[in-house]
Design a protein around this ligand. Sequence first.
Ligand code: UFG
Length: 324
Amino acid sequence: MHVLICGGAGYVGSHMAKCLSVAGHEVTVLDNLRTGHREAVKWGDLAVADLLDERALSLIFSRTQFDAVMHFSALSLVGESVTMPYEYYATNVTGTVNLLRAMRARDVRRLVFSSTAAVYGQPQSPLIDEDHPKLPMSPYGASKLMVERVLSDAAAAYGLRSAALRYFNAAGASADGDIGEAHHPETHLIPNVLRSVLGQGGRLKVFGGDYTTPDGTCVRDYVHVDDLADAHLRALHYLNGHDGAHAFNLGNGQGFSVREVIATVQRVTGCDVPFEMGARRSGDPAVLVAASAKAKTELGWEPRHSGLDTIIESAWRWHSNPAF
Ligand code: UFG
C-alpha cells in the first residue's frame, strides 16, 4: 500500500512512518513543519504543505494515487486551545474537511484518524470505554470530536471507511533512539521529568498534590508510541473488511500517578528528580484510564512496550541524546 501520513513529521506520525515502512508499505509524509521536524522524516518523501491550502492538497493527491490516509496533523495542546480556539477549529476541523474532500476527489476511501481521550471530558467512571459520555472540556477535545462526527457523516454520505483512535497518554520513543518526542515548548509529564533530570528547564513542577487519588497526584494511562503505531496499522487492515466510521480507545488500562512516574524515572535513570509541588493545572481530571477491550478484541491489538519502565527507558535514551 502507499499511505499518505498527514503530520508524519510529528511525534506519533514519524513513528507511524517507520512502522509502515518496516511493514513493507510505501509512505508519503505531508506536513507543514509548524510543530513537526524535517529530520523526523526518514521514511518516504516529504511534501511540505498545510491542510488549509486546498490547492496544494489537490496537487499532492494528483501526483500519487494513495491507497489510504493516516491523519495526525493537528494543534494539540489543551491549554493553548482554550486561549486560541479559532486556530484550533480551523486547523483541526477545517483542515480535516479539506483533506477529506481531496481524498474524495481521488476516490481514496480509507482513513485512520488520530483522536484523543480529551473527547470524553471529566471521567464519570474509573475506566473509560468508547461509550462513555463525550463532553470535551476544551476546544482541542471538541475539535477532535467534531471530526469524529464528520467521519460518521462521510461514511453515510460517501462510503468513507474510517477508524478514530482515541489515545490516552502517548509516551516513549523508538527503541533504537532514531526518533522521539520533541515538542517546543514541552508540556508533557515524562519529557518534563527527564528534562529536569538533565538540568533543562529547571525543576519539574507537579501540578497539584491534593487530588482524590492514593498519593494526591493525577493518575494517567501511558501508552508507548510504538504500540500506538501498531494499532494504526491494525486499524488500516480492519477497514479492508469493515464499512463505516469506527472508534477505539488506545491505552494500557493501568494508571500511574505523577509521583509514581517520578519514582520510576529515579529508578531507571539512577538520578534524582528535582521537583516541587505546584498548584493544579486547570482542566486536569484526577484520573484518566482507558478501557481498551474493543481495540484488543476487534483489532487484535495488545500493547507490548507500554510497561512504565520500558516507556521511560526509551524516552530517556532519546532525551539524553536527541537527534533533533
Ligand atoms: N504534569 C505535571 N507537570 C508537568 C506536566 C504534567 O505535574 O510539567 C501532570 C499533569 O498535570 C497531568 C499529568 O502530569 O496530571 C499528565 O500530563 P500531560 O500534560 O503529560 O498529559 P495530559 O494527561 O494532560 O494530556 C494527555 C494528552 C492530550 C490529551 C489528554 C486527554 O497529551 O493530548 O491527555 O485528557 F488531550
